[in-house]
Design a protein around this ligand. Structure first.
Ligand code: SAH
Length: 221
């Protein structure tokens, strides 16, 4: 059994990481407070214990990654979370991003397409702490029609386009944060924030470029 310890050293490194995120331009103190409260090293293999608070992505299992803290902070800031917001996340992965949203008081529905990663959510360390976080095994391109509509949708994998079903599961006035592949190369994605207007149309804002693992169709057993 893995031993989970959040030492003073970890807490100190985490505080420093929050300063780095501030220097990189993250201004939403509610996002930083949530990230400062969550031991990121719990979401990584214990081999990464010493480096868990570097501003880097790391491998998790099944060839996937835990997003870089800057990326998590950036996407979360763009979401403009309000307590009790109903949020759909595509790409559960390590559960770190979903935990940040749950810590901020949102109701989080997160989908993972890889069976192995989904099964790991059964042993989620904060299961009894965040009753506002629910896990689903499925294809994120389909969303969760049964639980729709959502206030916000966040996609944490590189999307080939804006999935129409996810847009239809967004409330009027709702927002989607999505990294979309650029037309010329798939190595980088442009972060978009899409707002659904009252007349059914959408407005689009463009932000920085990021690099995510691909959003893939279908479930993987
Ligand atoms: N939010 C995660 C990031 C994980 S990386 C974290 O905080 O760690 C992206 C994840 O998206 C991977 O686990 C990958 O398996 C998953 N993914 C890719 N395509 C998907 C899809 N269509 N539906 C659901 N999950 C998907």
């Amino acid at each position: 059994m893995r031993k989970y310890e959040d030492t003073y050293r970890h807490k100190g490194l985490r505080k420093k990481l929050m300063d780095i995120l501030r220097e990189k331009g993250i201004t939403d103190e509610a996002v930083l407070a949530a990230m400062n409260n969550i031991p990121r090293h719990f979401f990584l293999d214990s081999a990464f214990d010493e480096i868990a608070y570097e501003d880097r992505a790391f491998p998790i299992s099944e060839g996937q990654t835990i997003s870089q803290p800057y990326t998590v902070a950036y996407q979360t800031q763009l979401l403009q979370i309000k307590p009790l917001d109903k949020i759909l996340e595509i790409g559960t992965g390590s559960i770190y991003q979903a935990t940040v949203l749950a810590e901020m008081g949102a109701k989080v529905f997160t989908i993972e397409r890889q069976k192995g990663l989904f099964e790991k959510t059964r042993n989620y360390i904060f299961k009894s702490k965040y009753l506002n976080l629910k896990f689903f095994y499925g294809d994120g391109f389909e969303g969760l029609p049964t639980y729709a509509p959502f206030d916000k949708v966040i996609i944490t994998a590189a999307a080939p386009m804006v999935p129409p079903k996810l847009l239809s599961q967004l409330k009027t006035g709702g927002k989607m944060i999505i990294p979309v592949n650029s037309a010329i190369e798939n190595e980088h994605q442009r972060m978009l924030r899409i707002t659904k207007n009252a007349d059914g149309s959408t407005s689009e804002e463009t932000f920085e470029n990021f690099s995510f693992v691909p959003m893939l169709p279908g479930k993987q057993v």
